[in-house]
Structure formats: C-alpha cells, structure tokens
Design a protein around this ligand. Sequence first.
Ligand code: PGA
Ligand code: ZN
Length: 420
Amino acid sequence: TITTLNALEILDSRSRPTVKVVLTLDDGTRAQAQVPSGASTGTREAVELRDGDQSRYRGLGVRTAVANVTGPIAREIIGRPFDSLETLDRALIALDGTEHKSGLGANAILGVSMAFARALATSAGQELFEFLPSVGSQTPRMPVPCFNVLNGGVHAANPLDFQEFMICPLGAPTMAEAVRAGSEIYGALRSQLADAGHPVGLGDEGGFAPDIAQPEEVLDVIVAAIRAAGYTPGRDGVAIAMDPASSEFRADDGTYVVAGEHFTSDQMIDRYQAIVDSYPVWLLEDGLAEDDWDGWARLTGRLGDRIELVGDDIFCTNPAIIGQGIEKGVASASLIKLNQIGSVSETLEAMRVCADAGYRQFMSHRSGETPDTFIADLAVATGCGHIKAGAPARGERVAKYNRLIEISAAHPELPYGLPD
Ligand code: PGA
Ligand code: ZN
C-alpha cells in the first residue's frame, strides 16, 4: 500500500522540465522515478502534459503534471491496496479516462507507474530486473548496447537529415567488452572527424554532429573508425544501425528530402538497399514515415529478410498499432519507449504482442533523458536482446550502460546478445 506520493518538476538533459515521482509503501520502502522526453515524437504517442505558460520555461513547464500526481492521483491511490503493478496501472488509466492519457498526462502516470514497480521490487528484496517479467518465450539476457555515435536530424544543428548512426557490438563476448568497444570506437571516430577538419561538437544524445550531409559519407567514417579501433565491421564484430527518423524529413507532397534532394518511398527503399549492399548495416529504424504504411510494407518485403526493420514513430509502443503492423506485414521489430504509451504494464503488453508474432523489441531511451536507469533493467528482464541509450558518453546516457555493466558483473550467468 502506498502511504506517500510526491512529485517534482526537475530538468532533463536538454534543459527542459520533466517529472520526478517519489513514493513510499507502508513497509517503509521508498522509491523514485524520472520521466524521459522525446523530440522526434510520433503523432500517436501518449500525451506529454506541458503547462503552456509562456512565462515559465518557454511554455514547457510540467507543474500541471506534477499537480496531477500530488492531487487526483494521490487521492485515488494512497491507502488503497494494489497487489500488482497491473492493478495500479489499470487504476491510473481509468482515472485518466482518455485514449492517449491527455487527462492526467503520460508524464504523470508513467512516473507513478515506474516508481511503484521499483517499490514493489525493493519491497520483495529483488533487483528491478529480477522483479520485472520476461516476455513470451524470451528469457532474461544482457542486451547488445547500440551506441548512437553520430547525430543529425532534430537532435543536432548540422546539415545531416538522418537522425542516428549507431554502432552495435553484436559479436562482443560480454557486456563489459561491448561497452569497451563502444567507447574505443567513439574515441577513434572523434579523431577521424577532427583529422578531417570537422567540428566535433555533440548532438542531444551525445554523438558527434559533424557538418556532413550524406548518410553514405557518415557510414564511410564510422566503418573507418571501427577498423581504426581494432574491431571488425559486421555482424561477427561491430555492426551499424541507423535511425533516419524519416517522418521528420518528409515533405508535404509525400517525398523524402535528403540533403536537399527529393526521393519517393521507392527511391528511399532503393537507397537503403544500396546501403545494405555496401555497408555493415544490420538494423534500420523508421526508414519510412509514420503515415507511409504502403511504403513500409514494400520496404519490409524488400529488406525484411536481410536486416531488422524497427518501427518507432509508426508504432509508438502501442499494442493495438503494433498488432495492425503485424497484420499488414510492416516491419520486423518495434522500438520500445515507456513514455510513448505511458505505463510500465502497457509497455510490457506491447512487447508481448511483438514476441508472440516473432517481432523483436528494441529497448530505447529518449533524446531528453535523466540519470534514471529503468530501461536497462527492463531490457534485461524482458530478454529483448538490444537497447539504445545514446553515445557511450554523457551522464544520462552512460548511466544506462553502467547499470548494465553492474548487472552483468553481478550475474555472469546471464547470456549476452540477441535472442534466437
Ligand atoms: P526522440 O528520438 O527521443 O527525440 O523521439 C529517439 C528516436 O527517434 O528513436
Ligand atoms: Zn526513432
């Protein structure tokens, strides 16, 4: 039983306000959670409540969400016995009463849901990853960390339209060695960029933001950095994942604008195929836009056997939308972001829908983060096998990777890598 529930307006890594929740149980257990926030958001994401009061934080304050936690939510749940996380989440969803959590705010609801999950784990004497359930036939394992080493799109001020270029040590023997590879390649990449005269400033997720416009040119530099650091580019060593976040560069006429040039969906698919033919790219997220379902189906038909195709903006971690994707043969995996759907239970449900259909689940942070490490434990528990949490640099990003190192060191029996 929850005895106290408090919330606070704190800052995220982009200096925008976000919600922190602190609660206590009647056995004295105390737990907290901090909510992340995205920039390239899908239109069907759960609603992140912002005050809109232009006199504070350019309208981005979250005092209303905080007040919803300490007011209506506290009145509803304090003193009431909830025997599981699902019963609490169901009560919050019912209290909100809207389809996309615009009543109380997904930032308010998710903060309470995450904090309660932590409290239940602590109260049971378990680590969070031991308390959270596995998904489908998957069993707990250490996920491949996908380090976003080069940023573009709405996460950086450079001319690059593709948002994320990730290095993924698929062939690493352990989590610690995977993190080491990520860090060493990140360092090599900085040297390569600096030597070529590019600025080495960082984007929102800690990756470099050089003044390069063409994705293929970025891939050349990353492959060179993998080699320079002494690793082998490819699935047996370190492979590359891309998240163009293409909804962000789709023009009103339906074409995609890359480095000033217009491409139809089919021309984008041709370009991706050429990239997969020439570079060690094993995963493509949001290669096409969230409302380009026909294009997505053709993309899946063309490349679905060769690489993992992840739906982010198109699915929004929404079990119902993912179900439609499965039916239509769209993508082969879903990105998993807690705050896209707004509660821990519904996130687990989205992962179950994926697992039952043979779709992979790619655990994800947001571009606006905090030191909260919930997603590291969630990735291990569910056995989803891969996670992206930004560069191997900056506190809010390395917090997740360091948590994974910690779990792995304490539990060497957990296997590393993708599920079968
Ligand atoms: P966001 O970006 O957190 O800004 O939405 C992450 C992503 O697109 O995967
Ligand atoms: Zn994405």
